[in-house]
Design a protein around this ligand. Structure first.
Ligand code: F6P
Length: 369
């Protein structure tokens, strides 16, 4: 018989996103209010795999005091890493080359020897895939969907996305006046990995004239036509939002850094490419602004803060109800629980038949097709 819960652990993995601290606070308070103890792991699972790195221990007690006044802060008080997948841990192999080893057994042993009853894993696809694997190996696990990219399936949205979109929108608002004053093409590259959610939503909200998404391979001639048409109408500037994962019809992704053992490839550079091409083809000055990690920083918006607090509290309720192997999901107006197996390894792309893409088209925004 599984013992009743007394001590739970929370970890944050992958790229940070605004709202992580709000989840941590909600998990700690909801646990404390049930008489449970809550612990945090430093830097994903590194606190367990490399305890010697942490003077206070790799796993540490999270009390009410420790999480006071953190819900509005960006980042994560636990630290995070997107290079610490315990299922594929980057390790120097006997032949001297880097390889990957499965260190999940060390995590399971730690939970057993320290009498820790369950894990709340807050992360994106990578972290939730790890959570699913740990659940299948016998650990009680509940996942919480985090990513600015909004590319997780089975949830209306992830926390972090709204903050990223709000900031990108504010940047676009600011760029209109300088683009117009100089009669330039302003190209704004946004993160989002292989999905165009941030680009699409910020582009529409920020009145971009063109939005290039990974989901729609783009033809630069179409963008040039749009810029010329605007010129002909006397609007001598244009704003182009480019998702970092956008792909030209006849071309490839722009890779900033190739994949390495334990780490996925890093995207970046498509904004620069598009700006150069547009400058050449239109004869207008073009400038590129890469928003990059700015989208991951700062205070969570109230939407993300509430989503994160709801997700954290719901994760504890799920454990209290005896659930495991599930992810908390937003199923507006409520949250529900979906099997991790239905989320892990799947990417939610922007649906091309959805009304948001249709809205962009109806507004006359060029999508590069
Ligand atoms: O998944 C979040 C994200 O910010 C992506 O949008 C981006 O491609 C990636 O992480 C960047 O990762 P890193 O922090 O390793 O540069």
């Amino acid at each position: 018989m599984t013992r009743s819960i007394k001590r739970i652990v929370i970890c944050t993995g992958g790229g940070d996103a605004p709202g992580l601290n709000a989840v941590i606070r909600a998990v700690v308070l909801a646990s404390a209010n049930r008489g449970w103890e809550c612990y945090g792991i430093h830097d994903g699972f590194n606190g367990i795999l490399f305890p010697e790195r942490y003077p206070e221990g790799g796993v540490f007690r999270l009390t009410r005091e420790r999480v006071r006044g953190i819900a509005h802060l960006g980042g994560t008080i636990l630290g995070t890493t997107n290079r610490g997948n315990p299922l594929h841990y980057p390790t120097r192999m006997p032949d001297g080359n880097m390889g990957e080893v499965d260190r999940s057994g060390e995590i399971l042993d730690y939970f057993a020897t320290q009498e820790l009853d369950a894990l709340v894993s807050v992360g994106g696809d990578g972290s939730l895939t790890i959570a699913d694997a740990l659940h299948k190996r016998g650990l009680r696990v509940v996942g919480v969907p985090k990513t600015i990219d909004n590319d997780l399936d089975k949830t209306v949205t992830t926390f972090g996305f709204d903050t990223a979109v709000s900031f990108a929108t504010e940047c676009l608002d600011r760029l209109h006046s300088t683009a117009e004053s100089h009669q330039r093409v302003l190209v704004v590259e946004v993160m989002g990995r292989y999905a165009g959610w941030i680009a699409l939503h910020s582009g529409i909200a920020g009145n971009a004239h063109t939005i290039l998404l990974p989901e729609i391979p783009f033809d630069l001639d179409k963008v040039v036509q749009q810029i010329r048409a605007r010129d002909d109408d006397g609007h001598l500037y244009s704003l182009v939002v480019v998702a970092e994962g956008a792909i030209p019809l006849e071309g490839d992704l722009e890779i900033a850094a190739a994949a390495q053992a334990g780490h996925e490839q890093r995207l970046g550079g498509m904004g620069e490419h598009v700006a150069k091409e547009l400058e050449q083809r239109t004869g207008k000055q073009a400038r590129v602004v890469v928003l990059g990690h700015l989208l991951r920083g700062g205070s969570p918006t109230s939407f993300d803060r509430i989503a994160a607090l709801r997700f954290g509290a719901a994760a504890v309720r799920a454990l209290d109800q005896g659930l495991s192997g599930v992810m908390v999901a937003l199923a507006s107006p409520n949250v529900n629980f979906v099997p991790l197996a239905e989320v892990a390894g799947r990417m939610k792309a922007v649906p091309l038949d959805g009304d948001t893409v249709q809205t962009a088209r109806d507004l006359g925004i060029c999508l590069g097709d």
